[in-house]
Every structure is written in structure tokens, then in C-alpha cells.
Design a protein around this ligand. Structure first.
Ligand SMILES: [Ca+2]
Ligand SMILES: [Ca+2]
Ligand SMILES: [Ca+2]
Ligand SMILES: [Ca+2]
Length: 256
């Protein structure tokens, strides 16, 4: 009799403990799933910096805003190419395309086709025709003893390892900023995506000098990104599993 009346209690207690354990595990699972989801969301809620052009284009949906750079005659303080307006901050002018009349009509072989060369410290303001969420540019920094850029690394302006800051602004208001130091003597890329739209990118050479670095094509994207499909899938699967587990556990416990 005692044995019979005690057994269901133990069973019920065990089931109750199992249920509690199950709920705790489910809560942990839910918290973990949500934390991963929120981390992912919060990473996208600010900005992301890209050094790989293909990754940037695929992640942001950006396309070339300038197209292949033209070979323009003369020098410019400011010029519009495609949907981008480029302005030399020093006012000492820049070239788009080759330096006509000089023996080698290509600023650097590191970038295909034409590039932009500034006749001063490489401080460039880049304005976009409309608000964008992503912007990037091809870039080349000559290294010491460069053979890729005949006008860089000369006796007067020896190569320096340059550090740049990029500041994003919207109608003059700060959006975000980051720094970069491109690898030397290779074709490199600098891109940024921000969850807040911007219409201007201010590029400043904070460490370095009038020694040349070169800008290639500029790219822009106007898509405000949403979490990637796999993030949503992970969240939904996580929540779905928790729901299923709770539904399956509850009737068993209640009926026993
Ligand atoms: Ca070139
Ligand atoms: Ca440099
Ligand atoms: Ca460098
Ligand atoms: Ca420089």
C-alpha cells in the first residue's frame, strides 16, 4: 500500500523535475539563440568595414558609381564622375587618368586602367548624388622601392606607410568613421556599410605625406541591409524548437 501510494509521487516528482529541467534548458536555448541573433543584428546596426571588393559588393549590393575611370585632360580641384563628386581638399588639384606628356601614361600598374592621383597629401572629399548605405573604392599604396608606380617613391617624396581615416557624414552630420592602412604594392580595396545613410565620405591621410597613393573606381550601394536569411532561419528554428519542446512536455506532465 505504502509502496503503491509512494510510487506515483516519486514518478510525479521525477516528471516534475524533468519538466523543470526541460524548461530551464529551453530558456537557456532560447536565450542563447536570441543572444546570437541580437549580436548579429547589433553588428549590422552600426557599420561594417570591408577590405575585399567581392565580399563588399556581394554583401551590400553596391555597384560601381563611377564606372571605369576616364582619362581626363588637365588637373581638377573638383570633378563629377558618374554619381560621385570628388574634391581635392588641399586645392592643389588632381589627375584623373594618365599624366599626359610624360613617358608613362599610367599612375600605377597595381590598378587596372586609369586612376586618380592627387598633387598633394591624399585628402579627398567624396560626395554622392543621393544618400547611400555603402561606399567603397579601389586603392593602391606604393611600397618602398615601388616598381609599379613610376611617379611614386621618388627622391623628393620617399614612400611612407600611410594611415587614412574615412569619415561618413549625412548633410554635414557625423555618421561614423574608421581608419585603414592599405597593404603596400598590391591592388587593395576599402569599403564600408553603415545602417545610417550618408551622402559624403571624407578621406584623410593622417600619417604620410605628398608621396602618392592612388584611387580607382568608387562604388555605392543604397540598400539598408536586413539580417541575412540564415540569421532569421536560425532564430525561427530556435524559437520553433522551444515551442515544440514545451508543447510536447506539458501534456505528458499534466496527464500523469
Ligand atoms: Ca593603372
Ligand atoms: Ca604612402
Ligand atoms: Ca600601407
Ligand atoms: Ca600620400
Amino acid at each position: 500500500m505504502d509502496y503503491c501510494s509512494e510510487k506515483p509521487k516519486k514518478k510525479k516528482f521525477r516528471q516534475c523535475a524533468d519538466l523543470t529541467k526541460n524548461i530551464i534548458m529551453n530558456i537557456k536555448h532560447l536565450a542563447c539563440t536570441m543572444a546570437i541573433g541580437l549580436l548579429h543584428l547589433s553588428a549590422q546596426a552600426n557599420s561594417a568595414i570591408f577590405s575585399n571588393q567581392a565580399s563588399f559588393l556581394s554583401a551590400t549590393g553596391a555597384t560601381s558609381a563611377t564606372g571605369a575611370l576616364p582619362d581626363l585632360p588637365g588637373q581638377y580641384t573638383s570633378v563629377q564622375i558618374g554619381s560621385v563628386t570628388l574634391t581635392d581638399v588641399s586645392g592643389r588639384n588632381f589627375y584623373v587618368g594618365g599624366l599626359v606628356g610624360y613617358p608613362q601614361n599610367d599612375w600605377t600598374t597595381l590598378l587596372p586602367g586609369n586612376e586618380i592621383a592627387i598633387n598633394s597629401v591624399e585628402n579627398l572629399d567624396v560626395s554622392f548624388k543621393s544618400l547611400v548605405y555603402a561606399a567603397g573604392f579601389d586603392f593602391a599604396e606604393p611600397g618602398s622601392g615601388s616598381t609599379s608606380s613610376p611617379y611614386a617613391n621618388n627622391a623628393y617624396y620617399p614612400s611612407k606607410d600611410s594611415v587614412f581615416t574615412v569619415t561618413l557624414k549625412n548633410n554635414g552630420t557625423f555618421v561614423s568613421a574608421f581608419t585603414f592602412n592599405a597593404p603596400d604594392e598590391v591592388a587593395s580595396f576599402v569599403g564600408v556599410w553603415s545602417d545610417t545613410a550618408f551622402d559624403r565620405m571624407e578621406i584623410r591621410e593622417t600619417t604620410g605625406d605628398i608621396e602618392d597613393e592612388y584611387f580607382g573606381q568608387f562604388y555605392t550601394g543604397n540598400v539598408a541591409l536586413v539580417p541575412e536569411p540564415e540569421t532569421w532561419a536560425m532564430l525561427l528554428i530556435g524559437l520553433g524548437l522551444v515551442g515544440l519542446k514545451l508543447r510536447r512536455t506539458e501534456p505528458e506532465s499534466l496527464n500523469s
